[in-house]
Design a protein around this ligand. Sequence first.
Ligand code: P53
Length: 475
Amino acid sequence: MSQEALFPKNFLFGGALAGNQYEGGFDKDGKGLSIVDVEPAGPERSQMLAHPKNYLNIRDDLYYPSHKAIEFYDHYKEDIRLFGEMHFSALRISVNWARIFPNGDEETPNEAGLEFYDQVFDELEKYQIEPVVTISHYETPLGLVKKYGGWNNRKLIDFYLRYAETLFKRYGSRVKYWMSFNEINCITGSPFIAGALVLDDVPNKIQAIYQASHYELVASAKATKLLHKLVPGAQMGCMLAFSPFYAKTCRPEDQIAALQQNRVTLFYGDVHSRGYYPTYMNRFFKENNVELEITDEDRKVLKENTVDYISFSYYMSHTTDADHKSKLASEAFEPVKNPYIEESDWGWPIDPVGLRYSLNLLYERYQKPLFIVENGLGARDDIESDGSINDDYRINYLNDHLVQVAEAIKDGVDLIGYTTWGPIDVVSAGTGEMEKRYGFIYVDRDNKGNGTLERRKKKSFDWYRDVIDSKGAVL
Ligand code: P53
């Protein structure tokens, strides 16, 4: 126990969610299909994500967990009350794009979809929980894939802006912190999830991925410009999945490998924060036959509309060496084991100190406020015979990470807040499982969609409330 407050008074403390992973109601009140709504659970999921072409229509023989998720759509009052009981000061949510523009290319928004979020924001206000909003969290309308080919099409910039403008006008008075794209760098490893790209038949995938990245970066800059114009005082952040790469040894070649591997992610922060393409990309593009369509207007928009803050998810660190360096992030996961750290049941390295390292690295590089908008442990939970759920492993994970966050603040890092991933159990984005749980609140639903949906507090529920109340003194 530190016995002193470790976090500043106005520090935002809470949880983070994405519409498609908890709302359910996938076709309610005029919502269209999003890309997630055709991502099945089970072994087909990874097949689908790698080769989506033949999976773009709903099939009767597959189970799609986003369709029902945990049915927050009908339980939002109960769930937000529980977040209020933990004394959250912030909740990060995403607006589910296809609720607002069902196919993505309509001229006018779906009013019933907008009303749902009015109600969610009303409920959050009751408990003085500040909403933090992701505009696009892996849920591009499926119509934009089928008709336009996803983010490889420049037209998506305008569809995205129409959607963003609708949100800024409707909710601008209630939301200060916005994020343009969740884990934008994940497009390099998961082009369907993060870029709505179907690359089954595309020979130069790297070309396609970086062209789509460019359009997303321009869309983000244009949305930033619009936000600043429509809602003075509101802030736009970029959002990175940040898992730093360590070099396996002090061999100089291994250090270069780690440097280059980190740039696969940092490229997105660099453009968002500095407003121009870093020179190290020239060589990468040349060596991979990538030629991007970038207009003078794009360059101007990027330059003039950099982000206000840098947000990121942190779950793990990675290790690499000169023999294992790879071009795209997904290929780089776990090729080299780090003997100094343990792994979760899903093979994710657990490295609290890596979070302090990341905070320092990002703050030095960008000199802008940071916001940790995801962190947590996905684990199986068991209910004891007395009904309790003793998730000490989750408490330990979060405790150790928060201690390192406090160290980083002492190091001088300017940090807006910390929101844990999935404060209530939700569908896993990567695997589609319900039983990879992150929550302080257990939801009775299994991998196949069975269960009563009852909400039950885990041991970590009271622990997190005490952390928030004491501003970290109990850590
Ligand atoms: P799940 C991979 C690596 C790091 C973060 O992930 C990732 C992913 C994608 O799976 O995604 C973020 O549910 C994402 C959330 C997601 C969360 O991490 O696979 O922003 O939507 O649920 C945890 O365990």
